[in-house]
Design a protein around this ligand. Structure first.
Ligand code: NAD
Length: 317
């Protein structure tokens, strides 16, 4: 990776990934791509170049790639699961028509491409416990349909044209920096904000609903180390399972309560979110990522909770 375009750089993942890449590769070689109405601000804007990069406009993307001699694209443009369910056509237009545009620009300009998949690429007929790398993927949400298509189309471009496509299936990502953009796992971020603000948390997901989650530093590490991995070791390409922790609402509540004994939570289940959560795996088997590019997470629920509370207390002071 010499010159990198991060599309969707102001989102939950992009805002932190852009900073991390700038730290590792130098500020000037990481271009923060944005769309109108979601421009970078503050440190993200000032620390390096930025450019309007709308995935529905292939010429715009091609011009940036040529201007900055881009060799790697992190394509983070998408509507997240809950938002996508309300706007399915737009979700497809950004997620799949947009991806096609990116892959074509990459083919013509010899770029590597990372386009995340998700635990949402699985569905009710997938084995839910220790979900294997290669298994049934019949999701029932438009988000999931677009993620399976993302994996297949990215693999297709690798096999047919040799485009260096790689990706992971992200679990719910938890971070104190940028709020999540409307996913099913957002509650696991919101709960920390309530705890630090001294408010009772109203949980939209039922007790006992297990979902895979990950602390953002591990997610960033996965996205960067997969793109740096030795290609001769990769048996898989698009859609590596990665995992670090799996918990239900009560377990994260108890983990926070050990540090904030007065913290309270009640349930008010959101049926749309619950339906999506029920169709997703309880836990993923990430042995292929461990074997093929040495994936290893650093954080578990306890160490993440300590770090989240410390950083949110400083942020919300
Ligand atoms: N955050 C998670 O927990 C999580 C989990 C699994 C997978 N993912 C995947 O990771 C990727 C990034 O997720 P995120 O959480 O940062 O999402 P987000 O909603 O926070 O950010 C998405 C970004 O895409 C941008 N965008 C929207 N339309 C665009 C367009 N037409 N062209 C270019 N950019 C556009 C938005 O401005 C935003 O910056 C997505 O593919 C998402 O499905 C995220």
């Amino acid at each position: 990776m010499k010159n990198v375009l991060v599309i969707g750089s102001t989102g939950q993942i992009g805002s932190e990934l852009t900073r991390e890449l700038r730290k590792r590769y130098g500020n000037d070689s990481i271009i923060a791509g944005y769309i109108k109405g979601a421009e970078p601000k503050g440190e993200l804007k000032e620390s390096g170049p930025s450019a309007e990069a709308d995935v529905t406009n292939p010429e715009m993307i091609a011009n940036i790639v040529k201007k900055y001699n881009v060799d790697t694209i992190y394509n983070l443009a998408a509507l997240l699961s809950v938002v996508a369910e309300k706007k399915p056509q737009l979700a497809w237009k950004i997620g799949i028509d947009g991806l096609w545009n990116i892959l074509e620009v990459a083919r013509e300009n010899n770029c590597a491409v990372f386009t995340p998949s998700s635990i949402g690429s699985f569905g009710p007929s997938t084995p839910h416990v220790q979900t294997p790398q290669d298994t049934v993927q019949r999701p029932c949400t438009i988000y999931g349909v677009s993620k399976v298509t993302t994996e297949l189309l990215s693999d297709y471009y690798f096999k047919k044209y040799g485009v260096d496509t790689r990706s992971v299936r992200f679990p719910g990502l938890i971070s104190y920096v940028t709020p999540p953009g409307g996913g099913t796992t957002d509650y696991a971020v919101d709960i920390y904000y309530s705890a630090v603000r001294g408010e009772k948390f109203v949980c939209p997901i039922k007790k006992g609903t297990l979902m895979d989650m990950m602390y953002m530093p591990d997610g960033l590490h996965a996205a960067i180390s997969l793109m740096e991995a030795d290609p001769t070791r990769l048996v898989h390409r698009n859609g590596f399972n990665i995992a670090s922790m799996s918990f239900d609402p009560d377990e994260i509540f108890q983990a926070i309560k050990r540090h904030k004994p007065n913290f309270e939570m009640e349930y008010d289940v959101d049926m749309l979110k619950q339906g999506i959560a029920d169709s997703w795996p309880d836990s993923l088997d990430d042995s292929c990522a461990r074997a093929e590019w040495d994936w290893k997470p650093q954080y578990d629920l306890e160490s993440m909770t300590v770090d989240m509370l410390k950083n949110l207390e400083a942020k919300l002071k």
